[in-house]
Design a protein around this ligand. Sequence first.
Ligand SMILES: *Cc1c(COP(=O)(O)O)cnc(C)c1O
Length: 447
Amino acid sequence: MAANQTSAQTVEVHDAKVLQWARDLLDQCSSPRMMQREVIQAVERNEIWRGEECLNLLAPEAPTSPTVRKLLSAEVGTRAAEGHIGPTERWFAGTKYIDEIEALCVELLKRVFRCNYADHRLVASMLGNMTVYAALTKPGDHVMTISQPFGGHSSNRVDGPAGIRGLQIHDVPMDPVELEVDLDQFAEAARRIKPRLVSLGASMTLFPLPVREMSQIVSEWGGRIFFDGAHQLGLIGGGQFQDPLQEGACILTGSAGKTFSGPQSGIIVWNDPELTRPVTDAIFPALAATHQVNRVAALAASAAEFLAYGNEYMAQIVANAQALGKALSDRGFAVLGAHKGFTRTHQIILDVRAYGGGLKVAQELAKANIITNKNLIPCDKPEDWDYPSGLRIGTTEVTRLGMKEAEMETIADLFVSVLEGQEKPEQTRQRVVEMRRAYQKIHYCFD
Ligand SMILES: *Cc1c(COP(=O)(O)O)cnc(C)c1O
């Protein structure tokens, strides 16, 4: 059947209307050149809207510096390089400068994360987590991971890499008010289950986790702690969060494009030499071949920025998140963790049931060019995925654009305008565009 036909048998996960829009548009194009122009124009529309006119408060996003962005389109991104760094470890000749770029990246990452080993070849942190499960577990092993209503991520659950590995997955008991691991319940459950691995991975993350205490408990039977720091990676590197490797976790993975503010991809770091073989054997030749050397160059450049600016930048992200949490709470919003100072990360979590739930609120805010996301919170069940009660807000991008605590008050006022119905979202949008106009430059970089 031709690709542009549909029938009752078509199984397509994407939204049918949007795909139809694309088919119609391509049908109207008089040549492939016109089709390419449509692609470029869609990119430009996004660049103007999200890049210049929105308050981007999505927690997993971060703007990269001009240098990092430029390196992403570098010539080296057309070169083939697979294997380990060095003349005999590669399949292809011609990699002498690629070896230099990759070695610089590895050594820069070790400096940022104060660790003995780092790998630079993961094109996503999902693959970092798959690496950990491949290296440290066998199918059928028992593991404990955080469930989604408490911030857990699919990569450590049955529908992600942990599930694909065929692991028996149990929940890490969490305290719904303190938003922390319930250590007593954890000790009881863990001593009963004796998991080979406990994964601490949270996409909703407000407070540090008791890594030291948990690793002492699992060491009773030779279990290990793996910290999936996708979100907190930059905060960890910048010394503004707990340091999981120092506290007993055996491996830290993370997303380079979240708080770390580098190119979207994965980082994995560890200290134990006995893990080097299993981890790197899982990376190459299992989960990475062509690992995008342009991306590696951009990652190395962002690590250098981090050495210079990481502490100051990450400290301001947390200060802004705390200020925004307080400003929203002062205006009557239900902010999770209010009794503990709102947050110790880049995130603020609202319970927005009073405003129609997370989906509705995120859509209303987006009409005003304020970009956030709906989120499960502890009162939700995993199946509430489409219509959860919470809203997640992150301060990484607004911080890198130079905003400080005073601007968080303005942002909280904009939330009130949209959600208390004081004006139409379209009217608020004009004020957002004007506010954003003054913040276009990327800070905390050498450019
Ligand atoms: C975002 C996220 C991931 C996946 O990271 P990618 O770099 O997007 O592949 C894994 N774990 C957690 C906890 C996350 O939040």
